[in-house]
Design a protein around this ligand. Sequence first.
Ligand SMILES: O=C(O)CCC(=O)C(=O)O
Length: 346
Amino acid sequence: MMKIVTPTGKVIEVPETVESDISYFHPQDLQGALRFYRREGYVVIRGLLSPELCDQIRQAYRTEVRPSRTPILRQKNMRYERNRFDGDGFLANPIFNLQDLESRRFGGFKAAALEGLTHADVAAVTAALVGTLRTKIIQTMFFEAPAGTWAHQDSYYQDSATALGRCVAGWFALEDIDAGAGRFYVCPRSHTLMPLLRNAGELDFATGHERYQAAVLEAIQRHDLGWQAPCLRKGDVIFWSSLTVHGSLKAERPGVSRTSLTAHYLPEQDEMLQFHTRIRPQKLMPHNGMAVARLHDQDEWRNRLVRAVAANAPDTYAAARRFAMRMLFLAGRMRRSPALPPDAVA
Ligand SMILES: O=C(O)CCC(=O)C(=O)O
């Protein structure tokens, strides 16, 4: 076990090996996994992706994405940026919505990653967890370096417009993840033990995002929540509910990466609710029989134009985005009744 200090200052023990971790589930035991997920708000499925597919995705990343100088939309700041690498040579600005990457440049990486995220076994698990026949992907990410992502509930950013809590997300380990590589963590049972923090008022995304981040940490302490940062080997996947508090730890050891994909799934028929404020229409394209949402599809010239403007005038683009966000929340406040569906745990 490795002792790690969490963002609230609490010291936790992070398992270095599968043997020293809680016993989780194999893809065959879906009923057991579902019971655990409902109770704990997360579940780990071991060996959901084959090691060969994980290697293929990493290889495509190395040959197509790493050497590229094309600006790509990033998870941390929603800006179009070129690749940046940390002191260990790992990609420091995680990719947002890899399904939107330009096929001409990144087609191999995109196809391999989507092969994993839409795999029939993944489709079966996500459908079982949200209690539907078919799921669709509404958002994805790719990580290599430790990210130290702030604690949050996904619902604050996106959820189902039918009922909050019907979104399930997965973090797919594409290599064995070292205990010191900025492990992904969850606060077990937070989906039922603490209330959902709404994207509204002084915590709204446009003006109160930092207050929101502090409020989540405060809620973790107030409700005395625990922390789990499971040991994930290549091909293992951790799934969590959009009401479950989660994030990732800071790097504790130099020289170790956390190559991974994440994807957020909704029941196929549900619309996506963004920022607890508006229904976000999405263009859906099938992959492996699963619908995958495209929001900034770089195969469309209009979106490449936006990318060119955003990459060449990043501050102007960011200011325009901030302004649009403020208008969105102002409009929501003027309506005085944001279109919020009821809280519900899938
Ligand atoms: O791995 C990370 O750093 C964070 C991933 C995450 O929070 C998400 O996909 O919602």
